[in-house]
Design a binder for this molecule. Sequence first.
Ligand code: SF4
Length: 352
Amino acid sequence: MENKRKYWIFDKSQKELEKYCIISGFKKYGATQVMKWIYRRKIFDFAEMTDLSKSLRKKLANNFCAETPKIVDTKYEEDSDGYSKKYLIKLLDGETIESVLINYRNRKTLCVSSQIGCRMGCVYCETSGLGFIRNLTSGEIISQILVIENDIENKITNIVFMGMGEPLDNIVEVEKSLDIISDANFIAVAPRKITISTCGILSTLPNIENHKYKIAISLNAADNITRSKIMPINKKFPIENIVRLINNRKPSIHNKITIEYVLIKDINDHIENTKKLIKMFSPSKVKFNLIPLNKEKKSIYLKDLETSDSDTITDFKSKLFKAGFTVTIRFSKAQSVNGGCGQLKAEKIYSQ
Ligand code: SF4
């Protein structure tokens, strides 16, 4: 990204900045110094980076822009355990994206977006209804963390790629952002505290596996007919491919994959589905996260879908649990701030 013929510093990897320093006649280490100022100290004015030579500071100011995106709207919800805050963030080109902070029991988890809109077409997802606009750059992914850490004056402890967009559909920029997010010198969130959630793009999943990030796969059905109806990606990567990938994982990888299952009334919540899931997976390889459909009342896109009854949710959980699986139910902490991905942006668009 360029701004008035200047490069946006947040889009540059460490290697790219090192190359820039060397070509410009400075020491390679200048790149690490600049990035520490930006990502650790949150200093975005090159003139204030006092351990850099004056000539490097001047050169950087001439060639790079370090303007951060702006928070344009928020929704806040508090309960006895903590709070959730949803952010609508305006990027430098005027597009908006969402991030959600979930601050519970000393854990500050940030749900980041990886695309503006999404082309995957999952029928239970508000972002899908917005269509696909474009991929985010690595800097746009990272800057969600920076602006929210500045807002809360504290550090984010966990990152989940579960906001707008499919991270594995934007793998190059997502991987580039992860290099900076997980680097102990920079944003310093350990790989084991980063979760990549995918609808099941299996072709690029190994890129993520190799770095030991946690993986969540949205399954949402126990048979291909149902899954293809609610998740078009199933036609390309059907359930049996997901099962094979999980069962063939190297024994050295200890992290269990999380199987996400959005419970939608009369679509995928029949108790028979638990029998199929128990047959497919082993408790040693996966754990389940059941997610009652988060349906914002004003939603146009989700109008025909209903959340499963609470008894059905409890039964579903109990069957999987009795078969030996770890099962959690994620009642979205951000439910009342329209916490489903794309809901705050959708609300803005639909109310115009
Ligand atoms: S659930 Fe995720 S992959 Fe599916 S449409 Fe929504 S953002 Fe895209």
